[in-house]
Design a protein around this ligand. Sequence first.
Ligand code: GTP
Ligand code: MG
Length: 199
Amino acid sequence: MPSLKIKNAKFIKSILDRISKPKPALPEIVFSGRSNVGKSSLINCLVNQRNFARVSKKPGKTQTINFFNIDNKFYLVDLPGYGFARRSKMQQDSWDKGIEDYLLNSPELLIILVLIDSKVGVKKTDQQLIEWLDFNHIAFQVVATKADQISRSQQTKQEQRIRNDLGLAATYPILFFSSKDRTGRQELIRLLDNLLSQI
Ligand code: GTP
Ligand code: MG
C-alpha cells in the first residue's frame, strides 16, 4: 500500500501566468488532455470528492491554470486545453504562451500527466504535446482514461496502439485509469508517492 494519503484537498487559485503561482512553492503534479478526456473526473476520483475539480471551472472561454493544494504537500495543477497545437498555425495567443512559459519555467513541476481517452485514442494534439514535452525534457506519464469503456483484450491492443501513435518505446507503461470504477487509482497514487519521496 502506498503511504501517500490524500486528506485535505483545497482549491487555491486560477492563474494565467507563472508569476501568479501560489505560495508556498510545493511540488506540482500537472494534468493535461483534450477536453472531455476525463481530467476533472480523475482529479475528483483522486481526492475522493465529487465535483471538486469543477469548482474552479468557469464555463465558456475562460481558461486558466488551476492550483489545488493537497495537504500542504503538493499541488495538483489542472491545465485546460493544448495551446501547443496551435503553434503550427502560427496563431499562438497569450494563453498558449502563458502555459508554455509555466511549463518551461517551473522548477517545482514534478510530472505532467498526459491523459488520453482509452477508446478514442491518440489525436494529433496529443502527439504534438508529447513531442514538445520530450523536446523540452519535461517528465510525463501517459494515462489512458475511461478504462471501463473498453474490455481487457481491447486494453492490451489500445496500449500498444497508444504507444505507437505517441512514438513511445514498446515497454513504456501506460497507466489505465477509470474514475467510474476507480481502476488505476492506487497505481497512480503509488506513482505520485514514489516521485514525491524522491525529492
Ligand atoms: P473538460 O473540463 O471539458 O476539458 O473535460 P474533462 O477532461 O475535465 O472531462 P470530465 O472529467 O468533465 O469528463 C467528461 C465526460 O466523461 C463526463 O461526461 C464524464 O462523466 C465522463 N467520464 C470521465 N471519466 C470517466 C470514466 O472513467 N469512465 C467513463 N465511462 N466516463 C468518464
Ligand atoms: Mg474539466
